[in-house]
Design a protein around this ligand. Structure first.
Ligand SMILES: N[C@@H](CCC(=O)N[C@@H](CS)C(=O)NCC(=O)O)C(=O)O
Length: 239
């Protein structure tokens, strides 16, 4: 039996970074893919090529699938990702889950300073990811999405920070992979979904992305039918 159960929707969204960490570090887990929408809303998402709505944090109850309505009552805050594990562990908030595995799997730097730098990166990366994900819920063209998320400015800063550590040829912090690197991989995936050429202007970041994406277990995960079926965000607009 798997040690952990990770509940999330069949999208990358806020769940994929946790999946990457678990897959890449051989953690036994059951990836429970919950259908988010009722069949009617799902079809609307798919036929609209993305259902556009503002109230993503408070969707109407009757839009949700029966499975999600039921599970929602059991989760800590009525949202996913949600993790259960040994000794009655129940965790919500995706970066609390990420940090838990960071500590547990020794992916949190070699000392306090490295851990603080990892935290600093996560504190900026997470709202950036959320901004990109939310932009997919708005009916606007990609140029407006890129402009409104200020993603280009943020990527330029992330690239500079990466280059400050061992000329940008390794990881974001220290000399081994950390949860900050998985979070950056996940953010860069979302950027590529926004624009397939987005990383071309950031060669050091692009090389980092290629290194992370070609780690054996990450590459296997990305090549899987399950991963390929995932949409980037919950409005099912694009992969
Ligand atoms: N602050 C939470 C937010 C989680 C969240 O927004 N979850 C969304 C999916 S990404 C959700 O559960 N939406 C469905 C709902 O609210 O019914 C986190 O970072 O984990």
């Amino acid at each position: 039996m798997a040690e952990y159960k990770l509940y999330y929707f069949y999208v990358r969204g806020k769940g994929q970074v946790i999946r990457y960490v678990l897959e890449d570090n051989d953690v036994s887990f059951e990836d429970i893919l919950v259908p988010m929408w009722s069949e009617e809303i799902k079809q609307r998402c798919l036929s609209d090529q993305g259902f556009y709505f503002e109230d993503v944090f408070n969707p109407r109850l009757d839009w949700l699938s029966k499975e999600w309505q039921e599970l929602k009552q059991k989760t800590t805050f009525g949202q996913v990702p949600y993790l259960t594990g040994p000794d009655g562990l129940e965790l919500s908030e995706c970066y609390a889950i990420l940090r838990y595995f960071g500590r547990k799997l020794n992916l949190y730097g070699n000392n306090d300073i490295e851990a603080a730098k990892i935290d600093m990166l996560l504190e900026r990366e997470h709202p950036t990811l959320v901004g990109v994900l939310l932009s997919f819920f708005k009916k606007q063209d990609d140029a407006a999405r890129i402009e409104s998320t200020k993603i280009c400015d943020t990527l330029a800063i992330f690239q500079k920070l990466l280059e400050k550590n061992k000329k940008g040829e390794g990881y974001f912090v220290g000399d081994r992979v950390s949860i900050a690197d998985y979070a950056m991989l996940d953010l860069l995936d979302a950027c590529i979904s926004l624009s397939s050429t987005m990383l071309d202007a950031y060669p050091t970041l692009k090389a980092f992305y290629d290194r992370m994406a070609s780690r054996e277990k990450i590459a296997a995960c990305k090549a899987s039918e399950k991963y390929k079926s995932f949409y980037v965000a919950g409005n099912l607009g694009r992969k």
